[in-house]
Design a protein around this ligand. Sequence first.
Ligand SMILES: [Zn+2]
Ligand SMILES: [Zn+2]
Length: 244
Amino acid sequence: MLPIVFGLIAGAATLLGMWLVLAKEAWSRRNSVYLIAFSIGILLAASFTEIIPEAIELHPQALLIVLGTFFVFYVLEHSVVAHHHHLASDEERGTSDERHVPIEKMAFAGLAVHSLVDGLAIGAGFEVSPALGILTTLAVILHEVPEGITTLSLFLHANYPRQRAVLFTAIVALATPVGAIVTTFVPALRSAAMLGVLLAVAGGSFLYVAAADLIPETHRARHIPAILLMLLGILVPLAVERFL
Ligand SMILES: [Zn+2]
Ligand SMILES: [Zn+2]
C-alpha cells in the first residue's frame, strides 16, 4: 500500500505545482528554480549511486536500458523541450502574448509517459527495499512540483483554454499513482529481472529529466544559491543510504 500512498502524494505534488501557476504564475516560475536545483541533485545522485547500480545487479542489460530510455525520452519530449526554451525567452522579453505552435499530442504523451515512469519507479523502489522506495519517492515528489508548474505553463502558453490545460495537467498528474498501482498489483512486474528493467527505465528517465529538462531551467536562477542547492540535493541520497 505504501507505494500507492506515495504515488498519490507525488500526483498531488504535480497538482500543487499546477495550483501555484493558477494562483501566481510569475512568482512560481521565478521561485521554482530553487526547488528545481535541489531536485536535480537528488535525481542525479539517486540515479548514479542507488537506482542504476541496483538495476545492474538485477538485470545484466541495465545500462543499455538506461541509454535506450534516455533516447526515447529525447524523442518523446523533443517538442516540449523546444518550447521550454521558448517560455524562458518569452519571460525575459515579456512577450507572452505571441502565438505559439500548438503542443503536439506527442508532447502530451511524453509528459504522461514521464509521470507514469515516476510512478513505476516508486513501486519498483519499494519492491527492492524501503530505503530505495523512500529515495525514489523523494526524487519524484520534489521534481513533481516544478513539473506541474511547467506542464500547466506549457499548455497555457500554447493558448489552450484554461479548463483544458487544467484537465491535461491533471491527467499527467494521475499517471504517477497509476504507475505505482500497476507495479503493486501486477505480479509479473515484480520478478527480479523485471524490477531491474523498471529501475533502469527510472534511472534513464531521471537522468534525462535532470540533465535535459531541469538543468536548463536553473540557468535563470542566481548562481550561488542554485549551485549550493544542487549540492545539497546530491548529499540527500548519500545520507539516506547511510541512515536507512
Ligand atoms: Zn511560449
Ligand atoms: Zn516527474
